[in-house]
Design a binder for this molecule. Structure first.
Ligand SMILES: [Zn+2]
Length: 254
C-alpha cells in the first residue's frame, strides 16, 4: 500500500532520481578492491546481484553507476577499439544506459532517445526515426530489439539513418544453444514471457540467427566476443558476463 501511494504521488522521473541517489549513497558501504567498474572507475568488494525470478546473476550491477556486465564490456570495446570518443561524432543512443551516456555528455552531436521520455533526453520510436537518411556515425542499440514489435522495420530504420561507413552496435539476449529465434504469441503474459524468453518484457528470445535478422544488403556484420580480450582474472574482476547478453554485433554500413 505504501508502495502504491509512493508511485501515485511521486512522478516516475523524480522516483528515478531518488533511486539513483539512494543507490549511490549505499555504494559507499561496498567500497573494496575485489571488483572494478571501468565505466565509473570505482572499486568495490562486490557488485550487486540481479535476479528476475528464474535466474540470479551474482556481482552483476555496479552499485554506483548501475552498469551491467554488457555495459562494462561495451564501454571497454568502444573506448579501446573505436573512435567514438574522439572529435564529437554524431551518435544515436537508443534506450541509453546512464553509465555509458555520461561519457558522451560533452559531445554536442550526441542524441539519446527512448520510447519513455523519463529515460532519455528525447522521446522516439525506433520504428519511425525522425532523422534524415545517412545522419549518424554511430548508433548504440543494446538490448532493445527483442522488445520491439516490428523488429525488421526498426532494423531498416537504424540502417537508413546510419551514414555510409557508420557503425551500429547491436546487442541482445541470445540463446547460444538455439539456432533459431523463438517468437510466439505476442499476447502471452509477462510471466509466460519470463519463462519462454528469460525476461518478462521480451517479445522474443534471439538465437544464433540474430546476425541473419540484422542482415541488410548495406550492412557488413561482425560478431565480437570482446570478453576474450581479457584474462580469466580480468573477466572476474570486471564481471563481464557469460556471453549470453554481451556479444557485440558490429554492423558497418557499406
Ligand atoms: Zn560503475
Amino acid at each position: 500500500m505504501i508502495k502504491n501511494i509512493y508511485r501515485k504521488t511521486i512522478s516516475e522521473k523524480l522516483r528515478r532520481k531518488i533511486h539513483i541517489f539512494l543507490r549511490k549513497s549505499h555504494s559507499l558501504f561496498l567500497r573494496g578492491n575485489k571488483f572494478y567498474c571501468p565505466t565509473c572507475s570505482q572499486s568495490f568488494k562486490k557488485f550487486l546481484s540481479k535476479g528476475n525470478g528464474i535466474e540470479t546473476r551474482e556481482n552483476s550491477v555496479c552499485p554506483y553507476c548501475a552498469s551491467l556486465e554488457r555495459t562494462r564490456l561495451l564501454y571497454l570495446f568502444l573506448k579501446n577499439e573505436t573512435k567514438i570518443f574522439n572529435n564529437n561524432p554524431k551518435i544515436l543512443h537508443i534506450a541509453p544506459e546512464d553509465a555509458l551516456k555520461k561519457h558522451y555528455l560533452n559531445n554536442p552531436n550526441y542524441y539519446d532517445v527512448d520510447i519513455n521520455p523519463n529515460y532519455a533526453s528525447h522521446k522516439m520510436d525506433i520504428t519511425n526515426i525522425n532523422f534524415d537518411d545517412n545522419s549518424f556515425d554511430y548508433i548504440i542499440c543494446s538490448h532493445v530489439l527483442g522488445h520491439i514489435y516490428n523488429e525488421p522495420l526498426a532494423i531498416n530504420e537504424l540502417s537508413r539513418v546510419l551514414k555510409s561507413g557508420g557503425v551500429l552496435f547491436a546487442l541482445s539476449l541470445i540463446d547460444l544453444n538455439s539456432a533459431q529465434t523463438v517468437e510466439s504469441d505476442l499476447n502471452i503474459t509477462p510471466q509466460q514471457k519470463l519463462q519462454a524468453y528469460g525476461e518478462p518484457d521480451l517479445l522474443r528470445l534471439h538465437g544464433l540467427d540474430f546476425i541473419d535478422r540484422l542482415k541488410r544488403t548495406n550492412l557488413k556484420i561482425d560478431v565480437i566476443d570482446y570478453r576474450t580480450n581479457f584474462s580469466k582474472e580480468e573477466n572476474i574482476k570486471l564481471s563481464l558476463g557469460n556471453g549470453r547478453r554481451e556479444l557485440i554485433y558490429k554492423c558497418v554500413k557499406v
